[in-house]
Design a protein around this ligand. Structure first.
Ligand SMILES: C[S@@+](CC[C@H](N)C(=O)[O-])C[C@H]1O[C@@H](n2cnc3c(N)ncnc32)[C@H](O)[C@@H]1O
Length: 286
């Protein structure tokens, strides 16, 4: 078994991720608040170059928009625990097959999938070992598995956190970050070694961890978070982020230009907000 987590001294500076792709941002912004649309665009750019053979198992698939934009022509199954999300994914026809259930114990065909992706879902699943075991069993020998998860210090490069620290208010900065972790229901926040150890323990191999979500993305995300809280309220009440998607194109370019401008003010830094982790099942099928 092999594991390769980038050691801190090897880790590249997280590259600038802005300006955003206008088409991706427009596609997301119609259905999601600007802060989420921004992060999803960055994740899309990171995931598209990956070779994820069909059929793909999309774990914690949500509304399916990510799958539709990331790998539009590949057969995929979506699984999500939230029936409202599954209904929305059904409406977007993003998946050939949709399952509503818990990834820890949902019945999946064994050795069937060519690859799997979990975009910002496994950090929410309390029984992480159970989830990883079930995913691994459903994959073919040698199949890649890609995860995107927040880093333990993902709040460190948010604009408000940096400003509070600079003002000598480290306690308040920590409280701000902890509050966001509670709002987003983050159960698992591990460093590279922590994720690598858990994936190896579940029987995955060749674990490679790379860094995404740089300071430019983090600064713009933090500023957009406050207007986006309205979307969170709408989502809790109606199950949808955006009530009138047809109105969104009116403001999309202004918001995107604002995101790009905010990001351009941020100096680069070494602290990533998220990890893109790639591993695979053993080729022998052991
Ligand atoms: C942050 S959302 C990400 C959605 C989607 N991957 C995307 O990129 O838009 C996390 C998703 O994981 C789902 N989820 C959380 N726990 C789960 C579990 N135990 N089994 C299956 N899905 C789960 C949630 O319902 C939610 O839709």
């Amino acid at each position: 078994m092999t594991a390769r987590a980038l050691a801190p001294e090897d880790a590249p500076l997280v590259r600038r991720e802005l300006p955003l792709d206008p088409d991706d941002f427009a596609a997301y912004f119609s259905f999601a608040p600007a802060a989420l649309a921004l992060r999803e665009c960055v994740r899309l750019a990171a995931v598209r170059p990956l070779d994820l053979p069909a059929p793909i198992l999309d774990v914690g698939c949500g509304d399916g928009l990510f799958a539709r934009l990331a790998y539009p022509d590949r057969a995929a199954w979506g699984i999500d625990i939230n029936p409202t999300e599954v209904q929305r994914a059904q409406a977007t026809s993003s998946y050939g097959t949709l399952l509503c259930g818990n990834i820890c114990d949902v019945q999946l065909p064994q050795g069937f999938f060519g690859s799997s992706i979990a975009n910002c879902s496994l950090e929410h699943v309390p029984d992480l070992a159970g989830a990883l075991r079930n995913i691994r069993g459903a994959l073919r020998p040698g199949a890649p598995f890609a995860l995107i998860v927040p880093t333990p210090d993902w709040t460190r490069r948010l604009l408000v956190v940096e400003a509070l620290r600079k003002a000598g208010l480290a306690g308040l900065a920590r409280a701000y970050g902890d509050t966001l972790d509670r709002v987003f229901h983050h159960v698992h926040l591990y460093d590279e070694a922590g994720w690598t150890a858990r994936l190896l323990a579940a029987g995955f191999e060749d674990v490679q961890v790379s860094s995404i979500v740089g300071r430019d993305t983090s600064w713009a995300f933090d500023v957009l978070l406050y207007p986006s809280l309205l979307g969170l309220l709408t989502k809790r009440l109606t199950g949808r982020w955006v009530i009138a998607p047809w109105l969104r194109p009116v403001g999309v370019d202004v918001v995107r230009k604002l995101v790009d401008a905010l990001g351009s003010l941020a100096p680069t830094s070494d602290d990533p907000g998220e990890y893109l982790i790639l591993c695979r099942t053993p080729r022998s099928g052991a």
